[in-house]
Design a protein around this ligand. Structure first.
Ligand code: LLP
Length: 421
C-alpha cells in the first residue's frame, strides 16, 4: 500500500499535500506516514495469528520518539542495541517486558541499566559477554533471561555490508558451538537460558535463506531440549526487505513468511519474536527536497537538489536504489538525470542515469522509501543542518524533530582554555 499518492496531479501524504508541508517547514525534510506504519504492523501481526508472537520493532531503523510511540500504541515491543535506544524505547512508552537487547558489544554500564529496568531478554553473542552478564546480574541480585544469537552460516543474499549470518561475520555464536555454550550458561549464576535467536541480514528479498537458517536453529532447539534445557522462545530476527520502487510489490509477503515460519518452527511451540525495522517504517517515509540547479555537465545532466549524502547515506554507502519522483506529476517525455546533492564529494549521488520527466529549479522531488535508516544515519557533514522530520496522520501534520539552528550545531564545540583566553 502506498500512502504517498498523487491526487489531482499532486503528491499527498495521506490527506495532506506535500507542497503545503514544504511551504510550512522548508526543504529538505523527512516526511512519515502514520497510516503506513500502522498498515505494515497489522499486516505482519495478522499474518502470524496462529503463533504466540511478540513484534519487537528494531528501533535503530528510525528512532524518532513519534515513530516509536506510534508503534508502541499498536502494541509493538522494541529491539534495542544501546542504552540510548533502550531509553528512547522506554521514553516512548514501551514496557521493559517487551524489550530485547541485541548487539555484539554490550558494555557493563549498558547491562546494568537494562537489568535494572527489568528487560525481557538479552540476545547474547559470545562467551565473554555471557560471563560478563552473569557477573553483573549476580552483583545486582537479578536474573538475566538470555537467548543465544546463533550464527547459522547462511548467506542472506543481500548487500555484503548488511549481511550478518555467515561464519565470517562478527555476529552470533558459531552454530557448532551453541550446545557447548548453552551447557556453560546453565551452570552460571544470574543467567536463565530461555531461547535462541538469529538475525542473518537486512533487506532480504528471498524466503529461502530464512528457511535454511530457521531449519538449522529449530534442530538445535530440539537438541537443547533433549539435553534438558527449557527453551521457550525463538527470536527470528529482522531483515524483511521492502520494494524501493513504488512499481514493485513487497518482495516477501508477510503471509508467505508466516506460513513458512509455521511450517518450519511451529511444532516447537515457542514464543516467536520478530525484530523488523525496515519492513515497518521503510516505505512510510520520503525525503522531500528542492531542486537548486539543473546543470548540463560534460556528458550528463545533473539535477542538483538541496538534500545530500549527509541527510541520506544509503545510496553512497550501499549503492542503494531509491525511487525519485517529482511532487507534481508529469507525463512529459522522460529524460536522463543524475540526481546529486551539494556536498563536495562525487559519492554525493542519489541516482545515476535516472529516467525522470523534465524538472526545473525550485521544483520539489521526493526520494522514496527512506523511513528506515534515513534520518538515523544522517550527520552534519559540511556543517549542513540536520533536516526536520515531519509526521502525518490523516489530514494533520506535525514537526517531530525541528531543524536545529547554526548556533546549536556550532555551539556543540568547546574551545580549550588556551584558545578562548
Ligand atoms: N535485529 C538485529 C539484531 C539487527 O542487527 C537489525 C538490523 C535488525 C533486527 C533490523 O533489521 P531490518 O528489519 O531493519 O532489516 N543501515 C543499513 C541496515 C543495517 C541493519 C542493521 N541491523 C541500511 O541502510 O540498509
Amino acid at each position: 500500500m502506498n500512502f504517498f499518492e498523487y491526487r489531482d496531479g499532486e503528491m499527498c501524504a495521506e490527506n495532506v499535500k506535500v507542497s503545503d508541508i514544504a511551504n510550512d517547514v522548508g526543504t529538505p525534510f523527512y516526511l512519515y506516514s502514520s497510516a503506513s506504519i500502522g498498515y505494515q504492523f497489522s499486516q505482519l501481526k495478522n499474518a502470524f495469528n496462529n503463533l504466540d508472537l511478540l513484534i519487537c520493532y528494531a528501533v535503530k531503523a528510525n528512532t524518532n520518539q513519534a515513530v516509536i510511540k506510534t508503534l508502541a500504541a499498536l502494541g509493538a515491543g522494541a529491539d534495542v542495541v544501546s542504552e540510548g535506544e533502550m531509553r528512547r524505547a522506554l521514553n516512548a512508552g514501551i514496557s521493559p517486558e517487551k524489550i530485547v537487547y541485541s548487539g555484539v558489544a554490550k558494555t557493563i554500564l549498558e547491562m546494568t541499566f537494562a537489568l535494572n529496568q527489568g528487560i525481557y531478554q538479552f540476545n547474547v553473542e559470545s562467551g565473554p559477554e555471557l560471563y560478563q552478564l552473569s557477573e553483573i546480574a549476580s552483583v545486582l541480585g537479578k536474573t538475566a533471561n538470555i537467548t543465544f544469537r546463533v550464527n547459522p552460516d547462511v548467506d542472506a543474499k543481500t548487500h555484503a555490508k548488511i549481511s550478518t549470518g555467515k561464519s565470517e561475520n562478527k555476529f552470533g555464536v558459531p552454530w557448532t558451538n551453541v550446545r557447548k555454550i548453552c551447557a556453560k550458561a546453565s551452570e552460571l549464576p544470574g543467567i536463565k537460558l530461555v531461547g535462541l535467536d538469529l538475525h542473518i541480514g537486512s533487506q532480504i528479498t528471498d524466503l529461502q535463506p530464512y528457511e535454511e537458517a530457521y531449519t538449522r536453529v529449530a534442530e538445535l532447539i530440539q537438541d537443547l531440549r533433549t539435553e534438558g534445557h527449557e527453551i521457550t522462545r525463538f527470536d527470528l530476527g529482522g531483515g524483511i526487505g521492502i520494494a524501493h520502487d513504488e512499481d514493485n510489490d513487497q518482495p516477501i509477503h508477510p503471509t508467505e513468511y508466516a506460513k513458512m515460519v509455521e511450517r518450519v518452527v511451529g511444532h516447537l511451540d515457542c514464543q516467536i519474536i520478530l525484530e523488523p525495522g525496515r519492513y515497518l517504517v521503510g516505505n512510510a517515509g520520503i525525503l522531500v527536497s528542492k531542486v537548486v540547479y539543473v546543470k548540463e555537465g560534460g556528458s550528463r545532466k545533473f539535477l542538483i537538489v538541496d538534500a545530500a549524502m549527509n541527510d541520506l547515506i544509503r545510496p553512497s554507502m550501499y549503492d542503494a536504489y531509491h525511487s525519485i519522483v517529482p511532487i507534481i506529476r508529469s507525463d512529459d517525455k522522460r529524460e536522463l538525470y543524475d540526481v546529486v546533492g551539494p556536498v563536495c564529494e562525487s559519492g554525493d549521488t542519489f541516482a545515476t542515469n535516472r529516467q525522470m520527466p523534465p524538472i526545473k529549479s525550485d521544483e520539489l522531488v521526493a526520494i522514496r522509501s527512506v523511513g528506515a535508516y534515513g534520518a538515523v544515519m544522517s550527520s552534519t557533514y559540511n556543517t549542513r543542518l540536520l533536516i526536520p522530520e515531519v509526521l502525518v496522520k490523516d489530514n494533520k501534520f506535525a514537526v517531530v524533530r525541528p531543524r536545529p539552528t547554526y548556533n546549536e550545531i556550532i555551539g556543540l564545540d568547546k574551545l580549550p582554555s588556551w584558545l578562548s583566553e
